[in-house]
Design a protein around this ligand. Structure first.
Ligand code: ZN
Length: 523
């Protein structure tokens, strides 16, 4: 693991600033945490408005990414209250989250992490937690717990998998009493991730570097990454086939999906595996990925493959729905990741950002699966029931019942020509503003940077050049899955004059017509 600590950071103002800094160092490394995974905390003193000094936990709040967190993203809570909650025999996660929200020392602070009580329990001032690829790569195997013992000896506490929340906090208390001692510097949660801690965040961060590096070195020795020749390129796929598959996936989702194609080397290596249909169906690296990727990807590309995927998703929900504490609302049966030896990987989501997140997670998943399968006795994910518990967690279901507030054109794809300036640019902005993903075409190279974010792709192309235009449309479909709305706004206008005086050649250029468009054989 790369040590990102910068000596100039040693003048951090206080322990909260130091926690923010270390949290960002971990968040900046996608092999440690992806898109909202992981969290951190520091125990400190809160000064309230009447001058009282309250022992407080500052813990990462929801809605903040570790990579970009600020002090405002570390929710302050009174430690005493957290210990009172920890002493309860049982507490539903919904009640726990309500009590935590009520206990905030600043009502404007975000809802604190579901792992807050665990942070409060750990008897160290600073705590850093990640879902490192190396840890889930080792612990999702039959010999995972033994490997952890071999790598770390008794320097870490090892906790079997339990879903994050009150039950995990309680389990950690028991395991801690059995295993912890003065030289304990970390805690491995099997199938989940790593906690490190210390008197200050710098120490917790350094121990993270040390423990992850040890895991990576063990992996290098026991499971060298696949270094065989570059996998061959994928065959060209008809854009119509991609668009049709997106249409069917959207139908299965009950709403339009953005579907992005990925054909990089990591993808090609994985989809060319003869055991693709088996290995890919065992489950995610860690259960919190399920919200983004579903439990398993779809393998294949046909309407029949999709129908059978949706049917087996319904079976999975029915098989496990009795585990939920309340009646559940089933999620849609459309895949969020599709793997096919010819297509490569498709990632899907209700927004371009969601499709990107699913792809980022699966890009990390594929090499971990391959290493475990090829060198570590086989990849073994948690049972489907544990994944279901997270997918249908009462808090996630409550969010669903409140109803999503996606913009009106979420999931739709616009193609806009002449998108770098004027009316075209305004149309692209209007579509993006309504939640659509937009592919903008323009002769000007400025189009690439006309807008930012995952919902935009700007493609420099002369729309009067038919082959180049076809390539641009293909690129748009590979990026977003299809085209729902087309705005034809590119135009070249000569000087203004009465129609009768127009030069026919100039008119033809203005309308974007080429000679061979006008003189076809039918003429
Ligand atoms: Zn976690």
């Amino acid at each position: 693991m790369e040590d990102r600590w910068d000596a100039t950071a040693s003048q951090l103002a206080d322990e909260v600033a130091e926690c923010v800094y270390c949290t960002r160092l971990i968040g900046a490394d996608p092999s440690l945490v992806l898109h909202g995974g992981g969290n951190s905390s520091v125990k400190t003193t809160w000064h309230d408005i009447t001058g009282r000094e309250i022992p407080a936990l500052r813990v990462k709040g929801s809605g903040w990414d570790m990579a970009s967190i600020e002090a405002a993203g570390l929710t302050p809570l009174p430690i005493d209250r957290l210990h009172e909650l920890l002493a309860l025999d049982r507490l539903s996660d919904a009640d726990m989250m309500r009590e935590l929200a009520a206990a905030r020392l600043d009502p404007a602070a975000p809802s604190p992490s579901v792992e807050t009580l665990l942070h409060a329990f750990l008897p160290h001032r600073a705590v850093q937690h990640s879902h490192a690829d190396a840890i889930v790569g080792i612990t999702n195997t039959p010999g995972g717990a033994d490997a952890v013992a071999e790598i770390y000896g008794d320097r870490v506490v090892v906790v079997p998998y339990v879903m994050p929340g009150f039950d995990l906090a309680r389990l950690v208390q028991e395991v801690w009493a059995d295993q912890a001692h003065d030289d304990t510097i970390g805690m491995v949660l099997l199938n989940h991730g790593l906690f490190t801690f210390g008197d200050d965040s710098a120490t917790a961060y350094r121990r993270h570097v040390e423990l992850i590096t040890a895991a990576e070195q063990w992996l290098e020795r026991h499971a060298p990454p696949d270094a065989t020749a570059t996998p061959p390129a994928l065959p060209e796929v008809l854009v119509e086939d991609l668009a049709e598959l997106r249409r069917l996936m959207s139908e299965a989702a009950g709403a339009p999906l953005v579907v992005r194609r990925h054909t990089d080397e990591v993808v090609r290596r994985f989809v060319s595996r003869p055991d693709l249909g088996d290995l890919s169906q065992r489950g995610p690296l860690t259960p919190d990925h399920v919200i983004r990727t579903k439990r398993v990807p779809m393998v294949g590309r046909s309407a029949a493959d999709l129908a059978s995927y949706a049917a087996s998703y319904r079976d999975y929900v029915e098989a496990h729905r009795a585990r939920a504490r309340e009646d559940i609302t089933p999620l849609d049966g459309a895949p969020r990741v599709v793997l096919d030896p010819e297509l490569g990987m498709l990632s899907a989501g209700r927004t371009a950002k969601d499709a990107q997140i699913a792809a980022d997670i699966y890009h990390h998943t594929m090499p971990v699966l391959a290493r475990a399968e090829d060198h570590l006795g086989g990849y073994a994910a948690l049972p489907a029931g544990d994944i279901f518990d997270v997918e249908y967690w009462e808090l996630e279901q409550a969010k669903l019942r409140l109803g999503g507030s996606l913009p009106e054109m979420a999931g739709m794809v616009g193609l806009v020509t002449g998108a770098a300036s004027g009316i075209g640019r305004a149309c692209a902005a209007a579509l993006l503003g309504r939640g659509a993903a937009v592919a903008g075409l323009d002769r000007s190279p400025d189009v690439a940077e006309a807008f930012g974010g995952p919902a935009w792709v700007g493609i420099p192309v002369d729309v009067t050049d038919a082959p180049a235009q076809r390539d641009a449309v293909r690129a748009a479909v590979e990026r977003f899955g299809g085209i729902d709305v087309a705005v034809v706004s590119a135009g070249v206008f000569g000087p203004s004059r009465p129609i009768a005086d127009l030069d026919p050649e100039q008119l033809r250029v203005a309308l974007g017509l080429r000679t061979d468009d006008l003189l076809t054989e039918d003429d």
